[in-house]
Each structure stands twice: as structure tokens, then as C-alpha cells.
Design a protein around this ligand. Structure first.
Ligand SMILES: [Zn+2]
Ligand SMILES: [Zn+2]
Length: 139
């Protein structure tokens, strides 16, 4: 019952995806479901890292399943494109800001992250002030 309430409350303040850990940042950028397994992230300075399930980590253009070293991210289009597609003329034109930088996240790291997200949710609900400030440790 309590958990139920917590979920509704957390969902209702559909947080903007901004700095720090936002309460919804455990969601996959592709399917919007929470990620509770090893996954892929695209770290962003001062912004919530983007993350994907492995099964959701696909090229936008050819839908091929990707590995980190073959994936590129377009900040402006917010899409993943594979290296092969990135060399095609039409893709190159449409996605002019492709960058590498994806990282693998282990199951353990993801669990630690989920705990921090849960913390954020609690903080959002109770307005607790004395939770250690985030963004201090760069790991
Ligand atoms: Zn997903
Ligand atoms: Zn592709």
C-alpha cells in the first residue's frame, strides 16, 4: 500500500530530466521502463546519464543490435546510430553531431544507482533535507 502510494507520487511529479539524479532516471531512454539489469549509459556532464537496456540499444537507422564501440549518439536528434549507418550520406546529413561515449554498466553498478534513485524518490516525497548531497562523488 505504501509502496503503491510512493509510486503514484513519484510518477505524478514527472520530473524534468535535468541535473543530478532525477526520480525517473532509472528509465530506459528507449522503452521508458525501469532498468534492473546490466545496461548501457551515455554519461552527460551536469545532466542525468541516459541509459538503455541492452535489448533497446539499437541503431535508429537499421535497427541492428549494437555494442558500445559501434554506437554513436546524436545529442540534437537524441538517437543512436551505428558506425556503418553514420557513414551513409543521408544519415551524415541528418545527424551532424554524432559522438561516441557509451559505457557499459555492470549489474552491481546499476543496483547501486537504483538505490540512489530510490533515495531521490523518498526525498521527493518527504522533503528530507539531510540526505547527503549528490553529485559530489565522481566515479
Ligand atoms: Zn528499454
Ligand atoms: Zn545502423
Amino acid at each position: 500500500m505504501f509502496l503503491e502510494t510512493m509510486k503514484v507520487r513519484a510518477d505524478s511529479n514527472t520530473s524534468q530530466r535535468i541535473h543530478g539524479i532525477n526520480p525517473r532516471s532509472d528509465e530506459c531512454w528507449e522503452c521508458f521502463r525501469s532498468i534492473e539489469e546490466s545496461c548501457v549509459i551515455y554519461p552527460r556532464r551536469n545532466l542525468t546519464d541516459l541509459r538503455w537496456h541492452w535489448k533497446c540499444f539499437k541503431c535508429y537507422a537499421c535497427s541492428q543490435d549494437l555494442i558500445i564501440t559501434r554506437a554513436m549518439w546524436s545529442v540534437s536528434k537524441q538517437r543512436i546510430v551505428c558506425i556503418s549507418c553514420s557513414k551513409k550520406d543521408n544519415i551524415r546529413k541528418a545527424f551532424q553531431d554524432l559522438e561516441t561515449g557509451f559505457e557499459r554498466v555492470t549489474l552491481l553498478t546499476q543496483y547501486v544507482f537504483l538505490v540512489r534513485v530510490a533515495f531521490e524518490r523518498l526525498q521527493g516525497i518527504w522533503g528530507t533535507e539531510d540526505i547527503p548531497s549528490r553529485g559530489q562523488s565522481s566515479d
